[in-house]
Design a binder for this molecule. Structure first.
Ligand SMILES: Cc1cc2nc3c(=O)[nH]c(=O)nc-3n(C[C@H](O)[C@H](O)[C@H](O)COP(=O)(O)O)c2cc1C
Length: 123
């Protein structure tokens, strides 16, 4: 499964680098309109909508939204009820499962759990 992600301060990118999966693509905030062309799972950090707008632009481009299989979110639990709202909103808007949530760049356990969740939707 391809992993597509967005990262503002580098935490999501650090998480992705820890994965055993190496078919990854980082959404470019300057040029988000790229057709991914294959099924993918999205990992997004949590910020106000104007900051995560490139993710929405990416998802609405071409047939990307039809290829989206699920979403995972990274955030900070100090934000309480706003924890990982970006991933939750995307899951609702595009009607895909919220596969996994974690804080910052994730622990070793988060890496294992996320990869397990991806394998489950692949089977
Ligand atoms: C300005 C700002 C606002 C944030 N707002 C939220 C939030 O509402 N909810 C949340 O769960 N995390 C929030 N976070 C935490 C980030 O989403 C989290 O640290 C994430 O791992 C950052 O990923 P990135 O470094 O790949 O951008 C915020 C962080 C910053 C700096």
């Amino acid at each position: 499964m391809k992993i597509v992600y967005f990262s503002v301060t580098g935490q999501t990118k650090r998480f992705v680098k820890k994965l055993t999966m190496n078919d990854t693509y980082e959404i470019d905030p300057i040029d988000p309109e790229i057709e991914v062309g294959e099924p993918f799972v999205l990992i997004v950090p949590t910020y106000e909508k104007d900051i995560t707008e490139p993710v929405t632009d990416f998802l609405y481009y071409g047939n990307n939204q039809e290829l989206l299989q699920g979403v995972a979110g990274t955030g900070n639990r100090n934000f309480a009820e706003l924890f990982v709202f970006t991933a939750k909103d995307i899951a609702m808007e595009f009607n895909v499962p919220l596969l996994y949530t974690f804080e910052f760049n994730g622990t070793t356990k988060d890496v294992t759990n996320f990869e397990k969740a991806v394998k489950e939707i692949e089977s």
